[in-house]
Design a protein around this ligand. Structure first.
Ligand SMILES: CC(C)(COP(=O)(O)OP(=O)(O)OC[C@H]1O[C@@H](n2cnc3c(N)ncnc32)[C@H](O)[C@@H]1OP(=O)(O)O)[C@@H](O)C(=O)NCCC(=O)NCCS
Length: 195
Protein backbone atom coordinates (compact mmCIF):
# COMPACT_ATOMS: atom_id res chain seq x y z
CA UNK A 1 0.00 0.00 0.00
CA UNK A 2 2.97 2.36 -0.47
CA UNK A 3 1.94 5.57 -2.21
CA UNK A 4 3.60 7.18 -5.20
CA UNK A 5 2.90 10.71 -6.39
CA UNK A 6 2.55 12.17 -9.87
CA UNK A 7 1.24 15.48 -11.08
CA UNK A 8 -1.85 15.14 -13.26
CA UNK A 9 -2.12 17.27 -16.39
CA UNK A 10 -5.76 17.25 -17.47
CA UNK A 11 -4.81 18.84 -20.81
CA UNK A 12 -2.93 15.69 -21.81
CA UNK A 13 -4.86 13.17 -19.67
CA UNK A 14 -8.51 14.30 -19.84
CA UNK A 15 -9.73 10.85 -18.75
CA UNK A 16 -8.30 11.53 -15.30
CA UNK A 17 -11.27 13.86 -14.71
CA UNK A 18 -13.52 10.85 -14.10
CA UNK A 19 -11.22 9.29 -11.49
CA UNK A 20 -10.73 12.64 -9.78
CA UNK A 21 -14.45 13.37 -9.74
CA UNK A 22 -15.21 9.96 -8.21
CA UNK A 23 -12.49 10.42 -5.61
CA UNK A 24 -13.87 13.81 -4.54
CA UNK A 25 -17.38 12.39 -4.29
CA UNK A 26 -16.22 9.42 -2.20
CA UNK A 27 -14.08 11.37 0.27
CA UNK A 28 -16.30 14.42 0.59
CA UNK A 29 -19.27 12.16 1.36
CA UNK A 30 -17.63 11.56 4.75
CA UNK A 31 -17.60 13.87 7.75
CA UNK A 32 -17.12 16.83 7.87
CA UNK A 33 -18.13 17.57 4.27
CA UNK A 34 -21.12 15.17 3.99
CA UNK A 35 -21.43 16.15 0.35
CA UNK A 36 -24.06 14.28 -1.64
CA UNK A 37 -21.94 14.35 -4.79
CA UNK A 38 -23.01 15.24 -8.26
CA UNK A 39 -20.81 13.80 -11.00
CA UNK A 40 -21.79 16.37 -13.62
CA UNK A 41 -20.97 19.24 -11.24
CA UNK A 42 -17.63 17.58 -10.46
CA UNK A 43 -16.71 17.35 -14.13
CA UNK A 44 -17.46 21.01 -14.71
CA UNK A 45 -15.64 22.00 -11.50
CA UNK A 46 -12.47 20.21 -12.63
CA UNK A 47 -12.49 21.27 -16.30
CA UNK A 48 -10.74 24.67 -15.74
CA UNK A 49 -7.74 22.74 -14.39
CA UNK A 50 -7.12 21.50 -17.95
CA UNK A 51 -6.67 25.06 -19.19
CA UNK A 52 -4.26 26.74 -16.82
CA UNK A 53 -0.57 25.99 -16.43
CA UNK A 54 -0.68 27.86 -13.13
CA UNK A 55 -2.93 25.19 -11.59
CA UNK A 56 -1.62 22.00 -10.05
CA UNK A 57 -3.13 18.59 -9.37
CA UNK A 58 -1.03 16.18 -7.33
CA UNK A 59 -2.16 12.57 -7.60
CA UNK A 60 -1.43 9.85 -5.02
CA UNK A 61 -1.36 6.35 -6.47
CA UNK A 62 -1.42 2.80 -5.22
CA UNK A 63 0.13 1.21 -8.31
CA UNK A 64 -1.95 2.65 -11.16
CA UNK A 65 -4.98 3.38 -9.01
CA UNK A 66 -5.64 7.00 -8.07
CA UNK A 67 -6.36 6.97 -4.32
CA UNK A 68 -5.79 10.61 -3.43
CA UNK A 69 -5.38 14.04 -4.96
CA UNK A 70 -4.79 17.65 -4.08
CA UNK A 71 -5.57 20.63 -6.26
CA UNK A 72 -4.37 24.21 -6.25
CA UNK A 73 -4.93 27.28 -8.36
CA UNK A 74 -4.18 31.00 -8.43
CA UNK A 75 -6.83 32.51 -6.19
CA UNK A 76 -8.13 34.91 -8.80
CA UNK A 77 -8.89 31.99 -11.15
CA UNK A 78 -11.27 30.50 -8.63
CA UNK A 79 -14.85 31.38 -7.78
CA UNK A 80 -15.72 35.01 -7.14
CA UNK A 81 -16.82 34.31 -3.57
CA UNK A 82 -13.22 33.52 -2.64
CA UNK A 83 -11.92 36.69 -4.21
CA UNK A 84 -14.41 38.56 -2.01
CA UNK A 85 -13.11 36.78 1.09
CA UNK A 86 -9.54 37.57 0.02
CA UNK A 87 -10.46 41.24 -0.32
CA UNK A 88 -10.91 41.29 3.48
CA UNK A 89 -7.29 40.20 3.94
CA UNK A 90 -5.60 43.36 2.60
CA UNK A 91 -3.52 41.11 0.34
CA UNK A 92 -3.93 41.31 -3.44
CA UNK A 93 -5.59 38.15 -4.78
CA UNK A 94 -2.73 37.95 -7.30
CA UNK A 95 -0.31 37.26 -4.39
CA UNK A 96 -2.35 34.32 -3.10
CA UNK A 97 -2.36 30.67 -4.12
CA UNK A 98 -5.49 28.71 -3.30
CA UNK A 99 -5.03 25.13 -2.09
CA UNK A 100 -8.46 23.99 -3.15
CA UNK A 101 -8.72 20.52 -1.66
CA UNK A 102 -6.93 17.40 -0.46
CA UNK A 103 -8.69 14.07 -0.62
CA UNK A 104 -7.33 10.65 0.23
CA UNK A 105 -9.22 7.38 0.62
CA UNK A 106 -9.44 6.51 4.31
CA UNK A 107 -7.38 3.29 4.02
CA UNK A 108 -4.35 5.27 2.86
CA UNK A 109 -4.23 7.93 5.57
CA UNK A 110 -1.38 8.38 8.00
CA UNK A 111 1.42 7.77 5.46
CA UNK A 112 2.37 11.40 4.90
CA UNK A 113 0.14 12.21 1.91
CA UNK A 114 -1.28 15.29 3.62
CA UNK A 115 2.24 16.71 4.04
CA UNK A 116 3.24 15.77 0.49
CA UNK A 117 0.13 17.45 -0.92
CA UNK A 118 0.98 20.71 0.87
CA UNK A 119 4.71 20.50 0.02
CA UNK A 120 4.00 20.12 -3.70
CA UNK A 121 1.39 22.86 -3.86
CA UNK A 122 3.36 25.33 -1.77
CA UNK A 123 6.50 24.75 -3.90
CA UNK A 124 4.42 25.28 -7.02
CA UNK A 125 2.91 28.45 -5.56
CA UNK A 126 6.38 29.85 -4.83
CA UNK A 127 7.54 28.95 -8.34
CA UNK A 128 4.72 30.98 -9.88
CA UNK A 129 5.54 33.90 -7.61
CA UNK A 130 2.87 33.66 -4.93
CA UNK A 131 3.66 34.88 -1.40
CA UNK A 132 0.65 33.43 0.40
CA UNK A 133 -1.16 30.11 0.52
CA UNK A 134 -4.84 29.92 1.47
CA UNK A 135 -7.38 27.18 1.96
CA UNK A 136 -10.87 26.89 3.41
CA UNK A 137 -12.31 24.34 5.84
CA UNK A 138 -15.98 23.70 6.46
CA UNK A 139 -17.38 24.59 9.89
CA UNK A 140 -19.64 22.03 11.52
CA UNK A 141 -21.60 21.91 14.74
CA UNK A 142 -19.60 19.72 17.13
CA UNK A 143 -22.90 18.08 18.17
CA UNK A 144 -23.87 17.21 14.61
CA UNK A 145 -25.60 13.78 14.60
CA UNK A 146 -23.43 12.51 11.71
CA UNK A 147 -20.13 13.32 13.41
CA UNK A 148 -18.25 10.01 13.86
CA UNK A 149 -16.89 9.21 17.33
CA UNK A 150 -13.42 8.54 15.93
CA UNK A 151 -13.16 11.79 13.97
CA UNK A 152 -9.72 13.41 14.09
CA UNK A 153 -9.60 17.12 13.64
CA UNK A 154 -7.03 18.39 11.13
CA UNK A 155 -6.67 21.81 12.83
CA UNK A 156 -3.46 20.97 14.69
CA UNK A 157 -1.93 19.54 11.48
CA UNK A 158 -2.72 22.74 9.60
CA UNK A 159 -1.30 24.86 12.41
CA UNK A 160 1.90 22.78 12.36
CA UNK A 161 2.06 23.41 8.61
CA UNK A 162 2.15 27.15 9.41
CA UNK A 163 -1.48 28.00 8.63
CA UNK A 164 -3.71 30.11 10.86
CA UNK A 165 -7.48 30.61 10.70
CA UNK A 166 -8.10 34.25 9.80
CA UNK A 167 -10.45 35.86 12.31
CA UNK A 168 -13.84 36.75 10.83
CA UNK A 169 -12.90 35.75 7.28
CA UNK A 170 -15.14 33.08 5.84
CA UNK A 171 -16.52 32.00 2.53
CA UNK A 172 -19.79 30.30 1.69
CA UNK A 173 -20.33 27.32 -0.56
CA UNK A 174 -23.59 25.66 -1.39
CA UNK A 175 -24.12 21.91 -1.57
CA UNK A 176 -26.56 19.20 -0.52
CA UNK A 177 -25.54 17.19 2.54
CA UNK A 178 -26.19 13.45 2.52
CA UNK A 179 -28.99 13.97 5.08
CA UNK A 180 -30.54 17.03 3.43
CA UNK A 181 -33.40 17.24 0.93
CA UNK A 182 -31.92 20.23 -0.87
CA UNK A 183 -28.73 22.28 -1.10
CA UNK A 184 -27.90 24.69 1.70
CA UNK A 185 -25.15 27.23 2.37
CA UNK A 186 -22.10 26.04 4.29
CA UNK A 187 -19.70 28.42 6.01
CA UNK A 188 -15.99 27.74 5.51
CA UNK A 189 -13.17 29.23 7.58
CA UNK A 190 -10.32 30.81 5.62
CA UNK A 191 -6.82 29.64 6.67
CA UNK A 192 -3.72 31.48 5.54
CA UNK A 193 0.06 31.03 5.54
CA UNK A 194 2.90 33.26 4.36
CA UNK A 195 5.08 31.20 2.03
C1 LIG B 1 -6.41 15.68 4.47
C2 LIG B 1 -5.90 14.30 4.15
C3 LIG B 1 -5.64 14.19 2.64
C4 LIG B 1 -4.56 14.10 4.89
O1 LIG B 1 -4.10 12.79 4.64
P1 LIG B 1 -3.25 11.99 5.76
O2 LIG B 1 -2.88 10.69 5.20
O3 LIG B 1 -3.98 12.01 7.03
O4 LIG B 1 -1.98 12.94 5.87
P2 LIG B 1 -0.64 12.71 6.71
O5 LIG B 1 -0.34 11.26 6.84
O6 LIG B 1 0.37 13.60 6.05
O7 LIG B 1 -1.00 13.25 8.15
C5 LIG B 1 -1.34 14.59 8.37
C6 LIG B 1 -1.59 14.80 9.85
O8 LIG B 1 -2.75 14.07 10.23
C7 LIG B 1 -2.53 13.48 11.52
N1 LIG B 1 -2.73 12.04 11.38
C8 LIG B 1 -2.39 11.26 10.34
N2 LIG B 1 -2.80 10.02 10.57
C9 LIG B 1 -3.39 10.01 11.77
C10 LIG B 1 -4.03 9.01 12.56
N3 LIG B 1 -4.12 7.76 12.12
N4 LIG B 1 -4.54 9.38 13.74
C11 LIG B 1 -4.45 10.64 14.19
N5 LIG B 1 -3.86 11.63 13.48
C12 LIG B 1 -3.34 11.30 12.30
C13 LIG B 1 -1.19 13.77 11.97
O9 LIG B 1 -1.32 14.83 12.91
C14 LIG B 1 -0.48 14.28 10.74
O10 LIG B 1 0.31 15.37 11.02
P3 LIG B 1 1.81 15.19 11.63
O11 LIG B 1 2.51 14.26 10.68
O12 LIG B 1 2.35 16.57 11.59
O13 LIG B 1 1.65 14.63 12.98
C15 LIG B 1 -6.88 13.20 4.59
O14 LIG B 1 -6.99 13.24 5.99
C16 LIG B 1 -8.28 13.35 3.99
O15 LIG B 1 -8.51 13.01 2.84
N6 LIG B 1 -9.24 13.86 4.80
C17 LIG B 1 -10.64 14.00 4.34
C18 LIG B 1 -10.83 15.20 3.42
C19 LIG B 1 -10.42 16.50 4.08
O16 LIG B 1 -10.86 16.82 5.19
N7 LIG B 1 -9.56 17.27 3.38
C20 LIG B 1 -9.07 18.53 3.89
C21 LIG B 1 -9.87 19.69 3.48
S1 LIG B 1 -10.10 19.80 1.72
Amino acid sequence: MGLTYRNIDLATAPDAIEALAQLRITVFREWPYLYDGDLEYERSYLRPYAKSRACIIVGAYDGDRLVGAATGTPLEDHADDLVEAAAKLSIPASDIFYCAESVLLADYRGQGAGHKFFDEREDHARRIGRDWSLFCAVERDSNHPLKPDNHRDLGSFWTRRGYQPVKDVFTTLNWKDVDEAAKSDKRLQVWLKRL
